[in-house]
Design a protein around this ligand. Sequence first.
Ligand SMILES: Nc1ncnc2c1ncn2[C@@H]1O[C@H](COP(=O)(O)OP(=O)(O)OP(=O)(O)O)[C@@H](O)[C@H]1O
Length: 738
Amino acid sequence: MPKPTDIPSFAASQLTLLDAELQAELSETNALLSSHTPTALARAGLAILNLNVSSMRTGLGGKTVVELGLDPAVVAKGEKPDIPEHGIRVGDIVGVQDQPSGSAKKTEKKELVNKGVEGVVLRVKRENVEVVLDKEDADVPSGGKLWIVKLANDVTYKRMNQTMTRLEKFGDQELTPFMRVLFGQGSPTPLPSDLNDPSNPLYKLEWNDPSLNDSQKEAIRFALASREVALIHGPPGTGKTHTLIELILQLLKQKLRLLVCGPSNISVDNIVERLASHKVSMVRLGHPARLLPSVLNHSLDVLTRTSEAAALVQDVRKEMDDKQASIRKTRNARERRQIYTELKELRQEFREREKGCVNNLVGGSKVVLATLHGAGGFHLKGQEFDVVIVDEASQALEAQCWVPLLWVRASKLVLAGDHLQLPPTIKSLNSKESKVAKKEMTKSKDKSTKAGEGDSGKPTEKMTLETTLFDRLLALHGSPIKRMLTTQYRMHEKIMRFPSDELYDSKLVAADFVKDRLLKDLPYEVKDTEDTQEPLVFWDTQGGDFPEKTEDDAVAKGSKGMSLGDSKSNEAEAALVKMHVGNLIEAGVKAEDIAVVTPYNAQLALLAGMLKEAYPGIELGSVDGFQGREKEAVIVSTVRSNADREVGFLGEKRRLNVAMTRPRRHLCVIGDSDTISKYVPFVLPFLFQHIVLLAAFLVTQAQAYLGLWVRSGTPESVGIGFTLLQRQDNALRNVHTL
Ligand SMILES: Nc1ncnc2c1ncn2[C@@H]1O[C@H](COP(=O)(O)OP(=O)(O)OP(=O)(O)O)[C@@H](O)[C@H]1O
C-alpha cells in the first residue's frame, strides 16, 4: 500500500503543475492572437467584428452585463442584423475592445489584445452576444466599432490555485478524519461483511427504481454504508448516473444534506433533469445562461427572482439598470464618475439583499448542485453537507475536486467515474513549462530528502495533472473502496468483448436487450447486408498504400482546441471511411445514427470535407470529444500508417477504449495492422477475428467502389480507386497469412 501523502508537498506540486498548465494555455492563445489578423481570427471563429453596445444591465451578483449587436453601418439594407457564424460560446472569456482598423500592422496586434475590458460570455443569440464584465467599474470602450475576441480562460485555474494554496497551509489540527482518509493518513472505516446478506437492513432497501441491476444495487448499498469514501466504477454504458440518482434518493430518505457536483455544466444538468422527474426540491448553482433550459426552474438565479424574498432584490436591480442606462447617455466625465460612485453604493446594497435571499434558498435546500468550480463560489463557503457526490470524477482534475471538499464542510465523498477511460485533457504534458515544473519538483524532493525529511511526499513524485482523485484514492486504498457496475446497456456483446477482456477483467455483461442488436434490427427499414448484420468490421490497410501525412492543423474553423501543432491525416483511409459510410447509408441506416471518430484533428477536417455535405446529419468527432457519447454505428479511423510503426495517441489504451466503446450495434475500425501491432498488440487478435469475414466482402465492395470512383472521373478519385484495387490483394494476403 503506498505511503500516506504529505499534504503540503502534494499541494505544492499541484500548484506547480497547475501553473505549467496555465502557462501552456496562455502561450497557445497568445501565439494565436499575436500571429493572426482580426479578420483571420474572426474567420477562425475566435472573434466577432463590427459590434456596438446595444444595452447594459445588472446581472446576478450585481455585475454589469453588456449586450453587443452588429453595427447598423455594416448591415445591408433589408437584411437581418444577424452576427456572422462564429465559435464564441457561453462561458468563454473574451476581451471587448475597440476594433483595430483594417490596416492594423502586425506589431500593433499584440498590444490590442491587452486593451479594453474582459468578461465572460453569458448568452449567445443570433443577433447579439451578452458579456458579463469582470470589473465592476470597467468602462466599455465607446464610440467606434468594437470587436470581441476569445482570450485564455484562467478563471478555473485561479480557483484551483486558491484551493491548493489553502490546502498547502492546512494545519494538522484542521484535518478531519475524513480528510486524513483522502490522503492515506487514516484508513476507511471497515464495512460490515454482510452488506449483500438478506439479514442486513441495507439489503431490504425500498428501491425507487425497480429496474436496477444487482451490481447497481450493490454499489448503492456500498456507498450508503461507507463512512468516508466510496468509488462507483462505471465502465461505458453501465448506468453510473442512473445509479447515482437512486443513491441520492436513498440518501435523502435518510435526511442527509447533499452537494452534488460534476466537472461540466452538462454533467450536473443531466442529474438535475433526472432528479426533477422524482420531484426532488433542489437548488442548481451556476450562470443561468450555461444551464440547460429544462433545469432553469431550479437555478438559483430564477429562484432569487421568483421567491418571496426576491422582491426586495428586484427594486435595487431596477435602480441599478436605470443608472447603467444613464451612463451611456452622459458625455460629461464628471457626471459619469458621479454615476459610477452611486452605482458602487447600490451594488453594495444589492449584494447584501441578494445575499440574504440566496442564503435562505441555499441554506434551506437539502440538495445543492453545482459544477466543481461553481461549488467554490461565495454561496457555499462554510456550508455543511453530509455527503459530497461527484459524477464523471475521472474527467476532473484533482485540484478541481478539492474545490467543494475544501470550501464546504463535508464528511463523506462518493465519486462515480471510470479511470479506464480518458482523463481530463492536459495541454502541458510535454510542454516546456511542464518539464521545468517536473525539474523543480525533483529538485525540491532532493532537498527534502537531503534535509532528512524522508519520502513522505513520495506519491506526488510521479504525479501529473492526469492523475485524478479517483486514481489516487484507488492507489491509496485499493479495490475495497470501490464497486464496479458490470451490466452494460449500450453495446452488442461482440463489441463489448474486447474492452471487457482487456480492461475490465472480463466482468462486463451485455444486458439482454442489447447483446445481439444489429443495424438490420433498427426500428426503421434497414436492408440485410454484410455490414448491417455484422457488429464488428476491421478494414486492414496494411501494405504501405494508405500512408499517413503530417500537416499543420492550425486554426481549424469552429474547432475548440485551435491547436497550432502538427496533426496527421490519411486520405486513402478517409476514402475508405466514405465508402463504408456510403454502404451503411445505402442499406438504409440514417446518417444521424452514424458517427466517425478519429484521434487526429487533421483527419477530422479531411473527413468533414468529404462527408458533411454528402451525408448531412452524420456526426464527426475526435475520440476525446466523443467520450460519454454513443451512436448506433461508429467508424474509427485510426490514421497511423508508417514504416516506423509510430502510433502516437493510439498507444494510450484509455483512448482506444473510448473509441471502441461508443457504438451500440456496429463498430468498424479502419487501420494498418502492421503499424498498430507494436504498440497496440492487444487489439489485433480481437480485430483479426473479424477481418476473415471481410475477405470476399472486401473484394466486392472495393470493386463496386472503384467503379463509382472511376465513373466520377477525377484524377484523384482514379488514384484512390487504384489504391483500393491493390488493397484487394493485400487484404487477401492478410487473411491468407493468418
Ligand atoms: N438498470 C437498468 N435497466 C435498464 N437500463 C438501464 C439501467 N441502468 C442504466 N440503464 C440505461 O443505460 C444507459 C446508460 O445509463 P447512464 O446514462 O446512467 O450511464 P452512464 O454510465 O452515466 O453513461 P456513460 O457510460 O456514457 O458514462 C441509459 O440509457 C440508461 O437508461
